[in-house]
Design a protein around this ligand. Structure first.
Ligand SMILES: NC(=O)c1ccc[n+]([C@@H]2O[C@H](COP(=O)([O-])OP(=O)(O)OC[C@H]3O[C@@H](n4cnc5c(N)ncnc54)[C@H](O)[C@@H]3O)[C@@H](O)[C@H]2O)c1
Ligand SMILES: [Zn+2]
Length: 361
């Protein structure tokens, strides 16, 4: 029997357990019985890819523990993160006579997690939900922290609420079926967590094998949990540290047109910019910058900005995002790996110059 790890997320009155372990997918029902007070009928929301592979196992486990419910599959991909899909899910739940005693089970990557969490947050003014994240991004990042929501036609993640799950069950074995590009993409957030809080974790990132990931995933969840617990609703600025690499990363995603670069790929380039700026103004050493670059290279993540949109386009995207105030931007920098801070001294000029420099690599 493989060892599982249970992490408690402590949030006044809204605490929950995160279970990480191989084959835990078959024990979702048991975990809900023993670690939550959910007892009603469920709506299992998944996407077409994940549903085909794993929904049967989850439904069986729920049934074995005495739960009854319905399953909906949304089309795989970011396009499903929209209000129309929220409406469709809610309508189906009403038709299926689910009510305020019901709960949602989100089985899938970050798209399903964000969508289904939001559906749970608005159905009957809010019912509980369980996250079963199936991508690296979802397991180490999006399933913990309670940010749920969908995209507006005018921008990503602009519609949403904080709604913490009642339980998260992450089974690293499901990552075996992820396509290569999606698998490696998720490691950008793992590298980010290591840069922010856990320099020692860098050594544990062994991308050549998809086996034995339980410990690594659990460690990432602990890091995300610590930061979320300190600043659940992004009020004190501590949670903003999680934006390391994301200021430029988001601009790349947006300026290139969503879908061109995967989020993690754009964040990888964004982290390179943040590291270089950290070298210039925060005293980060060249060795540490290079250490991260080599790791991102091994992970097949882009470290040069040669193929990124033009610097003008990127700067415009950041301006539109209201990132710059008075020519300066709030930017997460690191003095050394493991020692991040939020700086408001980074100028537009410095960002533009650094992007240009990193094109030449
Ligand atoms: N809420 C948060 O805090 C937070 C944090 C980070 C990202 N996000 C959001 O997450 C989304 C990205 O998540 P994602 O990268 O998981 O994308 P995704 O959910 O679209 O999954 C990527 C692809 O992999 C497939 N897939 C997922 N798990 C699989 C598996 N085990 N086997 C085979 N295929 C599988 C999916 O069907 C999809 O085609 C974005 O919308 C982003 O905004 C949210
Ligand atoms: Zn991210």
């Amino acid at each position: 029997m493989n060892r599982n790890i249970v992490i408690r997320i402590d949030l006044e009155g809204r605490g929950y357990d995160v279970v990480v372990g191989e084959d835990e997918l078959d024990r979702v029902g048991e975990w809900i019985r023993t670690n939550t007070n959910l007892r009603g009928r469920y709506a299992l929301i998944t996407d077409t890819n994940v549903g085909r592979l794993y929904s049967e196992r989850v439904s069986k486990s729920l049934e074995k523990s005495g739960f009854q419910g319905v399953k909906f599959e949304v089309p795989a991909g970011e396009g499903s993160k929209c209000l129309e899909m929220v409406g469709r899910c809610v309508d189906r739940m009403i038709e299926s006579e689910l009510d305020r005693t019901s709960f949602v089970v989100a089985l899938g990557g970050g798209v399903v997690g964000d969508l289904a969490g939001f559906v749970a947050a608005v159905f009957y003014r809010g019912i509980p939900y369980v996250q079963i994240p199936t991508s690296v991004v979802a397991q180490v990042d999006s399933s913990v922290g309670g940010k749920t929501g969908v995209n507006s036609v005018l921008g990503k993640n602009l519609i949403g609420v904080f709604h913490q799950p009642s339980l998260v069950v992450a089974d690293p074995k499901v990552l075996l079926t992820l396509a290569d590009r999606e698998y490696y993409e998720g490691f950008a957030e793992i590298v980010k967590h290591a840069i922010l809080r856990a320099p020692d974790m860098l050594k544990k990132i062994k991308p050549s094998s998809r086996e034995g990931l339980t410990e690594l995933i659990a460690e990432n969840i602990r890091i995300k949990a610590i930061i979320v617990q300190e600043d659940e609703k992004e009020l004190s600025g501590k949670r903003a540290l999680l934006n390391f690499g994301h200021t430029v990363g988001h601009a790349i995603e947006q300026a290139a047109g969503y879908g061109e670069w995967l989020h993690g790929e754009a964040v990888s380039m964004g982290m390179m910019v943040a590291l270089r700026i950290s070298r210039k103004v925060a005293g980060l050493s060249k060795e540490e910058e290079l250490k991260i670059k080599s790791l991102l290279d091994i992970l097949k993540l882009p470290t040069s900005l040669a193929k990124a949109p033009s610097t003008d386009k990127l700067m415009n995207a950041m301006r539109k995002d209201k990132k710059f105030k008075g020519g300066k931007v709030r930017f997460v920098l690191v003095r050394k790996i493991g020692d991040p801070y939020l700086s408001d001294e980074v100028t537009e000029k410095l960002v533009a110059e650094t992007i240009e420099e990193l094109r030449a690599i």
